[in-house]
Design a protein around this ligand. Sequence first.
Ligand SMILES: Cc1ncc(COP(=O)(O)O)c(C=O)c1O
Length: 385
Amino acid sequence: MSYLMSNYAPLAVTFAKGEGCYLIDTKGNTYLDALSGVGVVGLGHCHKDITATIQAQAGELLHTSNWYHIAHQEALAEKLCKLSNMDNAFFGNSGAEANEAAIKIARLHGYVNNIDNPAILTANQSFHGRTMATLSATGNDKVQSGFTPLVSEFIHIDFNDIDAIKAHTSNRNIVAIMLEPIQGESGVIVPKSDYLNQVQAICQANNWLLILDEVQTGIGRTGKMFAHQYNNITPDILTLAKGLGNGVPIGACLAKGKAAILFTPGTHGSTFGGNPLVCKTALSVLEVIEKYNLLDNATKMGGYLASNFQEKLSNSNKITQIRAKGLMIAIELNQDCTRLLNAALDKRLLINITGRSIRLLPPLIINQTEADIIIDTVCDLIGEL
Ligand SMILES: Cc1ncc(COP(=O)(O)O)c(C=O)c1O
């Protein structure tokens, strides 16, 4: 019997140790982690530079309140803003909290513009988190089921459909649109290459804030530091988490221009958010990405994985689509493939299954040998289905 609540259904394995792309279970078996702890450990498990940073910072200072200046927090805000062309940052502890901050800024944008019932457009099949506001923003009935009344007002539109957004431009209550540049949880849904540019143009014409949720796509996952950089745009709000701490819990909400001046003292906060330990660690993550050219590696190895899957699965009648951007990869099958989760575990490979899609989010440090293991194992799994 477990004293844990039943909100997770863990697979029958417990990991005791991690090293690079590999995890070792309590029985000593080694697994290749092609999921990075769901897009978190981009630098792999227990990266030596990150471990050294955590150890040194733990011996110096873990926590002070946000009632005092925190030097590493200010340095991290500056670094992230310079990387993203944003103006300022708020730090929380998770992706959901980063998005909560974004939603609150959008509400304030409505407030200062005398909009009494502010509404935010979000996409069907999106995922923004599990808090009440972020699950209300999420475009997935399963996530919302049982939790009504939801936080109003989120209006869900089809992703990758500009006309669906244009249909709402006469609604004076809309204050923002919130999107993932690539939908992650619903199976790596990559929109048309100019979709975000068109969305931004509509936002600018209507005084809506463009909120990009890069909790999953950010910090190098797609081969650029932020996925929206493929579009050469700057959003009004950018949210980050997952890969930013390489396993240390941190979320960030970055804002620009009119969105960056709405939080004033007392409007938002978090006890743990942005403490010296997490900020120093995140600074170290960004340094490691630069030092080892991991954006280039993500592009190169992502391309290698995608092209090999295209080639090796081209004759399979079970594949309907392969979607990929950098190291976000999904292979969609013509049937439910949930049972591959355990079959992959038996082959010592960690993957994710989203309905009919196999989803892979390997660490940014992955090398060709590890990529070949993933390719061969996934192709075998599909062959045996
Ligand atoms: C795009 C996106 N936004 C938000 C979240 C929620 O992040 P967290 O679980 O850290 O609250 C996730 C988590 O998968 C995500 O993929």
